[in-house]
Write a protein that binds this ligand. Structure first.
Ligand SMILES: Cc1cc2nc3c(=O)[nH]c(=O)nc-3n(C[C@H](O)[C@H](O)[C@H](O)COP(=O)(O)OP(=O)(O)OC[C@H]3O[C@@H](n4cnc5c(N)ncnc54)[C@H](O)[C@@H]3O)c2cc1C
Length: 332
């Protein structure tokens, strides 16, 4: 077996002063570093299993959770100065992080929080770290339609914008007006929805060095809050009843290879309930892999490959993962 290196998104920002550089270099010997001029801590060797919905993953070499844009910019500038690769982490609900962890600086966006909504126009602006399910409930309670489908997606706004998250015939591309993006040179730019290159569960942000800092959505104002809230809650109930939300997972593992559903192909291949280590093809929904308790990222990675080769054998269809695998995995 050899070791393969899966994609690690790297963001670099330009110049910092020589003094900052010297201070930063000596800082790398410590377990906790404070971003220059802030109380924002960068911690070493932080386990990522607590930051992913699979509940697996080794340590981040360095981890920081900035609370505002300036701290985010400073984090990226610091990584540039130290020549550290950068990985952006939302809620970690679409990520399989290697058991070996991640080199460089992992930036968690969940503390980037604010939202403003206008019940008259239906325009909603939210920071990247806001939770999609909470947002779906908040807009519903304000009589805004358009996010009812999203309540079962346990990610952040930033992750949803990058992934073009969707469900029940709705997706982010349908409602996004624009997103504020932090560019590699450290400046902020607003991208319109047309500039995002959206297609089924993809955007041109994936694999790029662009960081989503906030998004603006156009929702439909003027609906009865009780009705929108009831629809949103019903959608949540439906998900809870049909998908294995009681066990750690990343949701759907594979994209649907149209006209088929990946779950149907996996089920027809006889793999429902199949297990490698503590990772199992969910008995309730075959496109989910669940962590039955104590699974490693390696177990899940092996199961993904097992499913792919079985479906290829039975149907001559190559299933493409929707989950992002990051860090080093043993090649199979
Ligand atoms: C139980 C369950 C059900 C799910 N159901 C659905 C569903 O119905 N539909 C669906 O589409 N998905 C679903 N998912 C998958 C997942 O929730 C979505 O893909 C979600 O949008 C990921 O958001 P996140 O914040 O967790 O992103 P992460 O998983 O943290 O990151 C995903 C990718 O986006 C990048 N990223 C995250 N934030 C930013 C940012 N601010 N700027 C730049 N890059 C960023 C990361 O680097 C990574 O490449 C489900 C997951 C689970 C666990």
């Amino acid at each position: 077996m050899s070791i393969s290196q899966a994609t690690v998104d790297v963001c670099n920002i330009s110049e910092v002063s020589t003094n900052t550089r010297k201070a930063a270099k000596s800082n790398l010997n410590k377990n906790v570093i404070y971003l220059p001029g802030t109380d924002c801590a960068i911690k070493s060797q932080v386990s990522l299993s607590g930051h992913t919905s699979y509940r697996v993953g080794g340590p981040a070499e360095w981890y920081v959770a900035p609370r505002n844009i300036e701290m985010l910019q400073a984090s990226i500038e610091y990584a540039k100065e130290q020549q550290l690769p950068v990985t952006i982490l939302g809620a970690g609900s679409n990520l399989l992080v290697s058991d070996r962890g991640l080199p460089g600086l992992v930036i968690g966006t969940r503390h980037l929080r604010y939202s403003s909504l206008d019940p008259d126009t239906g325009l909603v602006t939210v920071a990247a770290g806001e939770s999609i399910p909470s947002l779906a409930m908040e807009v519903a309670e304000n009589g805004l339609e358009g996010l009812e489908w999203s309540v079962g997606i346990p990610g952040t706004v930033g992750g949803a914008v990058v992934m073009n998250a969707g469900a029940q015939n709705g997706c982010i591309a349908d409602i996004l007006v624009s997103a504020q993006i932090l560019l590699p040179d450290g400046t902020l730019r607003t991208f319109t929805v047309e500039e995002m290159g959206y297609a089924y569960r993809t955007s041109k942000l994936q694999g790029s060095k662009l960081v989503v800092t906030q998004a603006t959505f156009q929702l439909q104002p003027g609906a009865d809050p009780a009705i929108v809230t009831a629809t949103t809650k019903r959608n949540k109930e439906y998900r809870l009843n049909t998908q294995p939300y009681d066990k750690p997972s990343c949701g759907s593992v594979f994209r649907n290879p149209k006209p088929y559903s990946a779950g149907w192909l996996i089920e027809q291949s006889g793999l429902k309930g199949f297990q490698i280590g503590k990772a199992q093809v969910a008995p309730r929904h075959a496109n989910f892999i669940i962590n039955c308790g104590g699974a490693s990222a390696g177990d899940i990675f092996s199961l993904i490959h097992h499913i792919q080769s079985h479906v290829q054998e039975h149907w001559s269809i190559a299933l493409e993962p929707e989950v992002k695998m990051i860090g080093e995995f043993l090649a199979i």
